[in-house]
Design a protein around this ligand. Structure first.
Ligand code: ZN
Ligand code: ZN
Length: 236
């Protein structure tokens, strides 16, 4: 399995795409976790076509995680894709998505998709074994473990998340210490060092004020690596 960081930015990034991680096993098929603004451009840069994305796992509805969802669905429509895009998402997503369509009535009858709202459950999609985990953010949110790789989405750290079965974690690291209780900061993360020190940890979704002092932040945390758009790794 190849895992590619398509978007590692945040809502105020100008040089990175917003949240998106791609998982692929076969030649062209892939699934993605989140579909933030800039994701379509990055998919093109790794030679993917709208048809190649078989499923989207949405962590939550904030715009830096969903901004390219309607554009992806529209690109599939314009490309003549008949297959429905499978969208896994937290409870309440169907209503949110309906409100997006009400703002864009010309898309209503055109887009092909299936929305599956998930709590804490295990399922398979496109040959990947996935576990959804309820996370702790300012809106209903999920993390997803895809074949042993946990993508946290936006969340404050908590013990039960790290007790799940995974070897690699793609973890948000939004803000410096003291700035937030619904995101990850160095202070709230280091409390769980014992549970994470034997894992492979990649940090993403880093706000500019954290990036400014990233060396100091990583030193304080004591583990993990910061990643940028289009970096990738192979697993299994
Ligand atoms: Zn968020
Ligand atoms: Zn975010």
């Amino acid at each position: 399995m190849k895992v590619t960081f398509l978007g590692t930015g945040t809502a105020d990034s100008f040089e990175k795409a917003q949240s998106c991680v791609m998982f692929e096993k076969h030649k062209s098929d892939c699934i993605i976790v989140d579909v933030g603004n800039g994701c379509l451009l990055r998919l093109g840069e790794v030679n993917k076509k709208p048809f190649d994305v078989k499923a989207v796992l949405v962590t939550h509805t904030h715009i830096d995680h969903t901004g390219d969802l309607l554009p992806l669905l529209k690109a599939r429509w314009l490309s003549g894709v008949k297959e429905e895009l499978v969208i896994f998402a937290p409870y309440g997503f169907k209503n949110w998505f309906q409100s997006q369509l009400e703002s864009n009535p010309y898309l209503r009858e055109k887009l092909r998709y299936e929305i599956i709202e998930v709590g804490e459950e295990k399922f398979e999609v496109c040959g990947f074994k996935v576990e959804s985990v309820i996370t702790k953010h300012s809106v209903e949110s999920r993390g997803y473990i895809v074949d042993g790789v946990l993508v946290t989405g936006d969340t404050s750290p908590f013990k039960e998340l790290y007790e799940k079965d995974f070897e690699v974690v793609i973890h948000e690291l939004s803000l410096p210490s003291g700035f937030s209780t619904t995101h990850t900061t160095p202070d709230n993360l280091v409390q769980f060092s014992d549970l994470l020190k034997d894992k492979i940890v990649y940090f993403t979704h880093i706000y500019p004020q954290t990036l400014e002092k990233i060396d100091e932040v990583i030193k304080k945390i004591g583990f993990g690596k910061v990643v940028s758009d289009l970096e990738w790794f192979i697993r299994g």
